[in-house]
Design a protein around this ligand. Sequence first.
Ligand SMILES: [Zn+2]
Length: 430
Amino acid sequence: MPADLLVRNARLAGRDGVCDLAIEGGRFTRVGTDLGVDAKETLDAEGRLASPPLVDCHLHLDASLTAGKPRHNESGTLLEGIQVWGELKPSLTEDDVVARASEIVRWSAAQGTLFIRAHADVSGDNDAMVRGLLRVRDELADLVTIQVTAFPQDGIFADEADEARLERAIELGVDCVGGIPHYEPTSELGLMEVHRVFELAREHGRRIDIHCDETGDANSRFLEVMADDTIKHGLTSRVTASHCTAMGSYEPYYSSKLHGFLRSSGINIVVNPYANSLIQGRLDPYPKRRGFAQLKELLRAGVNVSLGNDVIMDPWYQLGKADLVHAANLALHFTYMSGLDEIPEMLACATWRGAKTLGVEDEYGIEEGKPAHLVVFDAPSPVEVLRLQPVRRWVVRSGRVVAETTPPVTRLFHEGREETITFAPPATGA
Ligand SMILES: [Zn+2]
């Protein structure tokens, strides 16, 4: 019996040489050198890196592609973004949300992102955002695995109806319960919000993903409360804190205490490089702070950190094209992850560490018996993927090629000669 698909001559991270991947019935059946199996379809990776898919751990799919509606965010701040979004969202329809979100899911899949955690705003009267994203999750399940978080953008205590709206969204079938404690009117209400989110998640058996301390205020310390609640409820890796940018302003003593506490809680941290680099520190006088979670130090302390695109052509960010490798490259620069061992770690943050955040490890990884999801980068190694941000030669979902890109060819004409520029360093030692 021939295999359904054979990927030949692929490099795998952390493994010498090239190997072949045989796929049958949507799963990897054999992974090894020179398998010599017949297959209905064969892809020759020619020494390119094959990786488990990219995992986008934080994406506001309900707001994507709305930039400029009803107006632009002139100040570029988080608060004006929330204001603009608040003006737009009463008019949104479920079909409009589905159309825009589906478009971004297709962009993501085309670039090798086959797992996404999306956030649906559940504050306010209009429930089109959560209904729309739940539809996208179900309708596109064969292309991308999507988890939907019920995200109360305006908090749950400023408007007395918002707590009930969060509960209603959970009943509609979201995967995760979200929160935004630093946006509540007082710290006390922020604390109450964190506790309430944990209670709701436990009651309904959902994961937790809270926008936590997304501010430059060093006194914003809801993350320690999340870690404590995680331990008390025994939820370990089912809990994620997103953004955590106040950490960029924490003092060394508090930071080191927090790192150990985060590790023992098993909580996941998600860094969102586009919004964090442009929004945080924006109104600082010079010298300006970098508003990033302490990614490098957290990894060193044994905390799981992953990445999200967060914002794509929306009230917070005009640019973006759902490329998580570009996001990883940006995070690398802002968090000083430039060591030779650290650069590949950024691809880990965009891949298997994200799978850990989403809790999908059982269906993730290039291993015999697992679903055959993979991306082949047009580059031979994780370092080259971060350097070149190359096209994704092929993207495979459950053994089916769902996207392919022909690598560009660049020719230089100079001094009467024509040469092809590959951006590869010249071979040495020959
Ligand atoms: Zn967010």
